[in-house]
Design a protein around this ligand. Structure first.
Ligand SMILES: NC(=O)c1ccc[n+]([C@@H]2O[C@H](COP(=O)([O-])OP(=O)(O)OC[C@H]3O[C@@H](n4cnc5c(N)ncnc54)[C@H](O)[C@@H]3O)[C@@H](O)[C@H]2O)c1
Length: 350
C-alpha cells in the first residue's frame, strides 16, 4: 500500500525527497508546494509532479496523507502545524525546529490532530555510524570511554539561508543536529550529565560556522562532536576508545580500522628509541597483545526511514525517531547555545 505524499519546500532537499519517493516502494508522490515559482516549474517539468502555487490548495488536497517539510529551518513549525491541522502526517526536515518550546508546540499539535509527526534523521542509516553503533553495542573494544565524531570541510557556511541567523542558520542546526542525534542514540540508555560547547566564527559572526561540543555521561564516558568548515586538513570521521581497544574511521566511505588489545595493563615495557626520543609510552604493541582488523562499511537504505513511518501510520511498527528522542536532541542544542554564550559547562538534567 502506497501513501499519498507531498513536499513543502522543493529546493535541494525537497527534490531529494521527491526523487527518493518516486524510486521507493511506500509513497505515491502527489504534489509539491514552494514559494519560488521556479521550483514549482522544476517539479512539473523535470519530475512530472503537480505543484500547488498556494499552501491552501496544497493542504486542501485530500490525497496527500504525508507531508515532508523541507524549507529553511525557521518555518518548519508553522508549516508542520498547518499540515497537521489539515489532517496530514508530518515529517519535518532536520533540525525539526529551533527550540524546545517550538518542538513542544509541534508535538502538542500532532497529539491534538491525531497524526504522526517525526523528523528526518536519515543519518541514522549512515554506514560509518552503523559500524560505530555495532562496535559500541557489542563492546568490541570494551566499554566505550570516549568517542569523537567529526565533519570537516573548508568552504565556510554555505552562502544561502544557512548563513543567516533568522532562518535558523549555522552549523549546529545544520550538520550538528545529525551528529548529536547519532551520539545520543549510542548513549540512549545513559544519562547525559553535562556539556560544554564553543562556536567557531572564522568566516562569519552572524551564525556559528563550526563548533566543538563535549558531552559527559553518567557512566564516565565522553562524547565529542566537532563540525568545522575551515579545515584544510581533516581529522578522522570517527574515533572510538574503549577499555580494550581503539576503532577509527578515517574518512567517509572508508573501512573501519579496529585494534583490540588483550594485555593493556602490561607493565614491563622496554623503552625504545623513537623520533620522540627514548620512550616507553610510544613503544609499539606486538601481535601477542593486540589484534588488528578492518570492518567494511555495510549497505544501508535511508528510505527505511519512510518505510518505518508508513508502517507506524498503519500501526505495524513503532516510530523509529520518537518525540522523546527529538526533544532530547533539541535540549542538547539549546544547552550548547547556552554554553557558548556563557562560556560555561552546562549541567544537564534528565
Ligand atoms: N536530512 C538531510 O540530510 C538534509 C540535507 C540538506 C538539507 N536538509 C534540510 O532540508 C531543509 C531545506 O534545505 P535545502 O538545502 O533543501 O534548502 P534550499 O534553500 O535548497 O530549499 C528550500 C526551499 O524552500 C522554499 N521555501 C522557503 N520558504 C518556504 C515556505 N514558507 N513555503 C514553501 N516553500 C518555502 C524555498 O523557496 C526553497 O526552494 C532544511 O531544513 C535543511 O536543514 C536536510
Amino acid at each position: 500500500m502506497k501513501h499519498g505524499f507531498g513536499v513543502i519546500g522543493n529546493g535541494g532537499m525537497g527534490d531529494w525527497h521527491v526523487r527518493r519517493a518516486q524510486a521507493g516502494d511506500v509513497l505515491d508522490v502527489i504534489a509539491v508546494h514552494d514559494i519560488k515559482e521556479s521550483r514549482n516549474v522544476f517539479a512539473e517539468q523535470k519530475r512530472g509532479v503537480k505543484a500547488y502555487r498556494t499552501l491552501e490548495e496544497f493542504l486542501a488536497d485530500k490525497s496527500i496523507e504525508i507531508v515532508t517539510v523541507a524549507t529553511p529551518n525557521d518555518v518548519h513549525e508553522s508549516l508542520a502545524i498547518a499540515c497537521m491541522e489539515a489532517g496530514k502526517h508530518v515529517i519535518s526536515e532536520k533540525p525539526v525546529t529551533l527550540s524546545v518550546a517550538s518542538l513542544e508546540r509541534m508535538i502538542a499539535a500532532s497529539k491534538r490532530c491525531g497524526v504522526r509527526f517525526s523528523v528526518h534523521q536519515n543519518r541514522r542509516w549512515d554506514a560509518d555510524y552503523l559500524v560505530m553503533k555495532e562496535l559500541f553495542e557489542k563492546q568490541t573494544v570494551g566499554e566505550v570511554l570516549n568517542i569523537e565524531s567529526r565533519v570537516h570541510g573548508s568552504r565556510g557556511v554555505p552562502g544561502d539561508w544557512r548563513g543567516i541567523k533568522k532562518y535558523g542558520g549555522g552549523m549546529l542546526y545544520d550538520w550538528g543536529v545529525h551528529m548529536i542525534d547519532q551520539m545520543l542514540m549510542l548513549f540512549r540508555d545513559v544519562k547525559l550529565e553535562s556539556l560544554f560547547c564553543q562556536f567557531d566564527h572564522i568566516t562569519t559572526n552572524e551564525v556559528d560556522d563550526g563548533f566543538k561540543l563535549t558531552m559527559c555521561f553518567e557512566n564516565g564516558a565522553r562524547a565529542y562532536i566537532e563540525i568545522g568548515t575551515y579545515n584544510f586538513i581533516t581529522l578522522p570521521r570517527f574515533y572510538m576508545q574503549g577499555k580494550h581497544g581503539t576503532a577509527l574511521i578515517p574518512d567517509w566511505g572508508k573501512p573501519c580500522q579496529v585494534v583490540e588489545c588483550f594485555g593493556w595493563d602490561e607493565k614491563d615495557v622496554t623503552p625504545i628509541q623513537a623520533a620522540a626520543g627514548l620512550t616507553k609510552t610510544m613503544a609499539p604493541r606486538d601481535e601477542v597483545t593486540t589484534k588488528s582488523f578492518e570492518i567494511a562499511l555495510p549497505e544501508s537504505d535511508p528510505h527505511d526511514y519512510y518505510r518505518n513511518f508508513c508502517a507506524a501510520i498503519e500501526g505495524r511498527e513503532e516510530q523509529i525517531v520518537t518525540h522523546g528522542q527529538m526533544l532530547r536532541v533539541m535540549r542538547v542544542i539549546e544547552a550548547a547555545f547556552e554554553s557558548d554564550a556563557k562560556k560555561q559547562v552546562i549541567k544537564f538534567e534528565e
